[in-house]
Design a protein around this ligand. Sequence first.
Ligand code: NAD
Length: 506
Amino acid sequence: MDFLKNLSISSKNQGSSTGFEWFTTSALLTSISPVDGQRIADVQITDKQNYEQIITKASEAFLVWRKIPAPKRGDIIRQMGNAFRTKKEDLGKLVSWEMGKSLQEGMGEIQEIIDVCDFAVGLSRQLYGLTMHSERPNHRMYEQWHPLGIVGIITAFNFPAAVWGWNAALALVCGNVCVWKGSEKTPLTAIACQKIIGEVIKYNKLPEGISCLISGDKEVGYWITQDTRIPLVSATGSTRMGKEIGKVVAARLGRSLLELGGNNAIIVTPSADLKLAVIGAVFGATGTTGQRCTTTRRIIVHQSIYEQFKKDLINSYQQLVVGNPLENGVHVGPLIDNQAVNLYKDALIQIKKEKGIFIVEGEVLSIKNYESGFYVKPCIVEAHRGMKITQTETFVPILYLLKYDHLEEAIEIQNSVPQGLSSAIMTTNMKEMELFLSVAGSDCGIANVNMGTSGAEIGGAFGGEKETGGGRESGSDAWKAYMRRQTCSINFGNDMPLAQGIKFDL
Ligand code: NAD
């Protein structure tokens, strides 16, 4: 495994770092590869003492970093992006081996970090505020944006690198410093990313606390959420986690940026190009083994094309190859761990109880040479609206097929779940498309036409409504979440007129 060596991952790794300084602790967590179910390496869990040292270093670094002009910060982020360019393949392999997604997707994740770094470089000259006309003579008003301080970043296992990249690049260019807690299921990817960014910090002789790493499970995450020295907590994970974190951060009147679970649907209309619809559905439902927040979980198909679509979909599912995601020709890798396999098994039982009909049967798979890996077969269920399980996000490759008569009904089915992340319509009819995108259409943060629900580009703001948490990360003006807005009013006259014409004569 050259990629481990190339990324300086050993069999026992320190998991707490301020930039390039690493701390030693005693408790360990083990990273298991879902590909073969075997231990990759151990990671030292951050203890409270090291956490305190890290937060102190981060606070000190903020005082320096915030004063560096934004375009100069942009230059550092450009170097970070370049450092990830040189490590893309090794890091992509590590993501694939530790998380289980295909190598293509693993490298795509690193490409997202590179892209968002490029985006942040441009942003470094565009952190614009507005100017306003004052109602008072000889007065000027404008808005400016300042950094917040330490941004706590908590991430999920399924995007072990990219989600940190989205947050860190934006937070840093805005003048913040970061403390990242990656998923306890993918700690090595976080360590490898930290080593890459640490080199850039060291080379530029910057204060090392600019970008820090802590490792461990939700207990370590809890230190971040309750810490009043951390004004913004950006947390990506399950809705359960978001509800816990949201409460703790709100109780101290901190800010949280929540990116939580999805339950995404594609509507396939009578005018759809069925070939596109099937490709979108298969990649959307089985890519990353159904473990994307934007995974397609429901397909709502017009009754007039239902049978044809179903036949084509079943056909495509029969071509899917499940196996080691690093091997060529494999479409679907393993689930993350045994707990996920149990969730899958429980869901199959529940579906039968709720009278769903399997049109592609599900089963736990044993893959030759990887018998201890966590493999399952992507399956399809003909579902009905009464099935409670279709309302939940089961983080495995199970796809529900539903039928509709009128587009309004399809939109209503799509929106009738607690989550609101991604949605799509397959249509060549302009009226159908516009209705789907109108105020009476999709209620999700992402609405796609003639593509699946997954695979967002970094240029757009990413996030969702309702139980998906309402946060927006990545492109567009998502940077505003990482800054505080200040309205400035300047009187350059010799009088002091009051707003609203109020008189206060002495
Ligand atoms: P998870 O909620 O189990 O854990 C996510 C992270 O939160 C981990 O680092 C975990 O240690 C931490 N955590 C959990 N509870 C916490 C608490 N009470 N306090 C502090 N930290 C806590 O999620 P997961 O299984 O790693 O990831 C899968 C979930 O993430 C899915 O629901 C998926 O939809 C969601 N997700 C959402 C997005 C998005 O952008 N909307 C992106 C990726 C993943």
